[in-house]
Design a protein around this ligand. Structure first.
Ligand SMILES: [Zn+2]
Length: 247
């Protein structure tokens, strides 16, 4: 294979790699956007389920407390009756203490119920807010999800198509040159550069004159001394094209 054919191969590969990177970035960005919405939805659903369970537990606790409160008021009634039937002061004092004791327990339960009512109110407010957020995301997803999934599949298909084309190009690049290409591309983003006027077209550093002359004399690959990219000579369109790059 001539050097020129290899240059063409590498340049085609480089152009394809730029294209592939853009395609993959676009696909990844879109997928991340979709994933973020989905995981937000999942965490909202989870919070909602937890709040719902908490409210259910608190409701049950409240029901139990109310049952106890009813039970205690019946007991207070009974103790009052007992008090009215007391014959001695000692009995009366004991019944009175019992009533006070029961009243205290009754008040404690009432305070607990009030606290629970506060928590339940807060939980209802939270759930309403979470439900609103959830509904907004569901609406958003329902509007864009299937379209986005379709676009992602399309993007991925284009990427694998281009990857197949890339394989074909790589098959025509000598293995050692390809390894160098990949190594430099991994470090620099792009791996191939040319020179027309003695400066590297990628990093814009002036090449040593000896190196530049060698490149113009014989068609070959070199390496840019400053950016290490694979370097070749590309003849200018015209020697007097007005390039005024002062040395
Ligand atoms: Zn360079």
């Amino acid at each position: 294979m001539t050097i020129q054919a290899q240059i063409d191969n590498l340049e085609n590969l480089a152009a394809l790699d730029v294209e592939l990177k853009e395609l993959r970035d676009a696909v990844n960005q879109e997928r991340q956007g979709l994933d973020a919405k989905r995981s937000t939805l999942a965490s909202l659903e989870e919070r909602l389920a937890r709040s719902l369970k908490n409210s259910g537990d608190m409701d049950k606790m409240r029901g139990d407390l109310m049952g106890e409160v009813r039970q205690m008021s019946i007991q207070v009634e009974r103790s009052r009756e007992k008090l009215s039937r007391c014959r001695t002061e000692r009995e009366a004092n004991a019944a009175q203490r019992e009533i006070e004791e029961l009243r205290k327990l009754y008040r404690d339960r009432e305070i607990e119920v009030e606290k629970l009512d506060g928590f339940l109110e807060q939980a209802r407010t939270d759930m309403a807010q979470i439900t609103n957020e959830r509904d907004a995301i569901v609406l958003d997803l329902s509007a864009v999800e299937s379209e986005t999934v379709g676009r992602l599949a399309q993007g991925e298909a284009v990427v694998s198509e281009k990857e197949a084309v890339r394989k074909g190009l790589v098959a025509n690049v000598p293995p050692a040159l390809y390894r160098r290409y990949e190594l430099i591309r991994g470090r620099r983003g792009t791996a191939i550069t040319s020179t027309t006027d003695g400066t590297c077209s990628a990093c814009h550093m002036r090449l040593p004159p000896m190196l530049f002359q060698e490149l113009t004399r014989e068609n070959k690959f070199e390496q840019c001394p400053s950016c290490n990219r694979i370097l070749y000579y590309r003849p200018g369109v015209s020697a007097s094209s007005g390039q005024s790059d002062t040395p």
